[in-house]
Design a protein around this ligand. Structure first.
Ligand code: F6R
Length: 611
């Protein structure tokens, strides 16, 4: 949700800011802007993509070695040039960019209007710019003090990068709730919402914590809290390769990430699943394992695709380890007064590690005394820092807004947890434990095989790209996959799609079926195979179009369905990892054929840092 970059050093800031914004564009892409300081402050901003901003700004004088840049996902005020960041305070003393929401902005705005301030945008950010300026002028204090005093009056979330016109050799960064990373170079510093714009310049970074304020100059950095307590910066070296954040010959990040899944799943279980020793070892959970094994209840929280992975996790843990599991949308959990006890284990799932609702739900669970674990992809993000223990998915950066490889990595981690718990709790025999480990190892090769059928998916996609509705049906482990398939299609192709447990179709959605309705049925040879064959017949009897994902060599469904997409056989417990792949590819092709912006679908952002 909004991308922030900043630079101070000896180099020209503009190219660094623009290339950084392009890397962060997945966080928001409705408008963008930069501000550069060179004797005076220049601000360029435009509705649209970073490339629109660049088309406009590169024709202007962008010289200067200090600057800030922003790519926006609108919260307050529609996407237009005026509401785009950076925002200047009324008298031009401060220029700032902001990610997050200032919740008490209307009260602050009223007070500032009473004191003579005018506003030209509809944003909460302009209120903050004017509040800082008001304190700066009234109190005759330094920029840093004005920023800290203003932030102590603010309720809400912010990641901020600020320039003060009178102190041009400084950048001020501050964070509460919205992520911010400082890149430490040689006589230069970078600010960014995540490490991707920084990695091509330096691998040394400092992750800001909530309520940290960093003051950056070419000579050094000082770190303190909003309350003015001095802090010692902790510089960490990031393990992120530039190749991981490029498209590497694919037209879109989404397709690159779909095709990466054999490797990303391998990376998820590398060093954790051993065929030699025939064991699974999750180092990140070592200290909490005794508690997990004895758990009376596990609550899984997440949003969107991560919530779907959580549902697969529920089925896995209940099936293999016989521990009761509840899966909750983080946004509901945090506000519905849930019963949480110190005996509960809460598992938070998040690709970005920054989702605001998931973070707030974690804090709530911690307050209630629960042990909170994280399953996250982005190393150093807020959720792993907030949880008691956890497992990184190590899927590599996921840049396409639609989540693909993160889902399979999350399910892989949940499968590992369920298998270990099943074995330790003596629900799984050693034989079953060994078989599951072997099968987990075989998954990447089986996905490679599925990816070879890409052309087949393209053919089917061409036939149904103009459909207005899709239904996705699955049972058992494949019900969450049906939900995920429907989400993938709707978010990138804007076709309405619904996922349903196949048997529920009779209780309402069957009324939707006619000769124009494509129904994607997940119909592999698992224990509900016969039942799902009946569901396919019910759809066909009403002239629906059946696209069935089936086990290799299936002959029965081939006769019934309009199209079959074959996947290799696997154990029921791991079938979600294979069955989701055809659905990801199908939605990708349909969206491309409809000329949709696959990597940056409308209205969305990769990392949802506002609630
Ligand atoms: C869908 C998608 C979203 C995210 C959701 C949670 O493709 O990407 O539904 O899954 O916003 O994000 P994380 O996992 O970062 O917490």
């Amino acid at each position: 949700m909004c991308g922030i970059v900043g630079y101070i050093g000896e180099k020209q800031a503009y190219p660094i800011l623009i290339s950084g914004l392009k890397r962060l564009e997945y966080r928001g892409y409705d408008s963008a802007g930069v501000s550069i300081f060179n004797k005076k402050v220049k601000v360029f901003k435009k509705k649209g993509k970073v490339s629109d901003l660049d088309d406009f700004a590169s024709k202007q004088d962008t010289a200067g070695t200090v600057g800030i840049g922003h790519t926006r996902w609108a919260t307050h005020g529609e996407p237009n040039d005026l509401n785009a960041h950076p925002h200047e305070s009324m008298n031009g003393h401060f220029i700032l960019i902001h990610n997050g929401i200032i919740e008490n902005y209307s009260k602050l705005k009223e007070k500032l209007i009473d004191r003579g301030y005018n506003f030209i945008s509809e944003t909460d950010t302009e209120v903050l710019a004017n509040l800082i300026e008001y304190i700066y002028l009234k109190g005759k204090v330094s920029a840093e003090i004005a920023v800290r005093l203003a932030l102590s009056k603010v309720i809400g979330a912010f990641g901020l990068a600020i320039i003060c016109r009178e102190e041009p050799d400084k950048l001020i960064a501050a964070r509460r709730g919205s992520p911010l990373v400082i890149g430490v170079g040689d006589g230069e510093y970078f600010i960014a919402s995540d490490a991707t714009p920084i990695v091509e310049h330096t691998k040394s970074v400092i992750y800001l914590n909530d309520d940290d304020v960093a003051i950056l100059s070419r000579d050094g950095l000082s770190l303190k809290t909003i309350k003015n307590d001095s802090l010692t910066p902790k510089v960490q070296i990031i393990d992120l390769d530039i190749g991981e954040i490029e498209k590497n010959g694919f037209d879109h990040f989404m397709m690159k990430e779909i095709f990466e899944q054999p490797k990303s799943i391998l990376d998820t279980f590398r060093g954790r699943v051993s065929l030699d020793k025939m064991e699974i070892f999750l180092g990140g959970l070592y200290n909490v394992m005794p508690k997990l094994i004895e758990a009376k209840r596990i609550i899984i929280i997440g949003c969107g695709t991560s919530w779907h992975a959580g549902l697969v996790g529920e089925y896995l843990i209940e099936d293999l380890a016989r521990i009761p599991v509840e899966v909750e949308y983080a946004s509901e959990f945090r506000y519905r007064n849930p019963i949480i006890t110190p005996d509960d284990i809460v598992i938070a799932i998040s690709q970005s590690g920054e989702t605001a609702d998931t973070l707030a739900a974690i804090k709530l669970a911690k307050q209630a005394g629960a042990t909170v674990l994280g399953i996250c992809n982005v190393v150093g993000s807020s959720i792993p820092r907030e949880t008691h223990a956890g497992v990184y998915t190590h899927a590599g950066p996921e840049i396409g807004v639609a989540s693909t490889k993160a889902f399979t990595a999350q399910v892989t981690v949940l499968a590992m947890i369920a298998i270990v718990l099943g074995y330790e709790r003596k629900v799984l025999s050693k034989k079953n434990y060994d078989e599951l480990i072997k099968e987990l190892h075989a998954i990447p090769t089986k996905i490679e095989k599925i990816l070879k059928s890409n052309n087949n998916y393209l053919k089917v996609s061409k036939l149904y790209k103009d459909a207005t509705n899709f239904l996705y049906l699955g049972r058992g482990y494949l019900f969450p996959v049906a939900l995920e398939g429907a989400l993938k299609l709707k978010e990138i192709s804007y076709i309405h799609a619904e996922g349903y447990p196949a048997a529920e179709m009779k209780h309402g959605p069957i009324a939707l079926i006619d000769e124009k309705m494509p129904v994607v049925v997940l119909a592999i040879k698992d224990k509900t195979y016969e039942k799902i064959v009946s569901n396919i017949q019910e759809v066909k009897a009403r002239k629906g179009i059946v696209i069935a994902v089936v086990s290799e060599g299936d002959t029965i469904i081939k006769k019934l369905a309009d199209h079959v997409l074959e996947i290799p056989e696997t154990k029921d417990e791991l079938c979600a990892l294979l069955a989701v792949i055809p659905l990801q590819i199908l939605s990708y092709h349909i969206a491309v054929l409809r000329n949709c912006n696959v990597d940056q679908p409308r209205n969305l952002a990769k990392s949802v840092t506002v609630e």
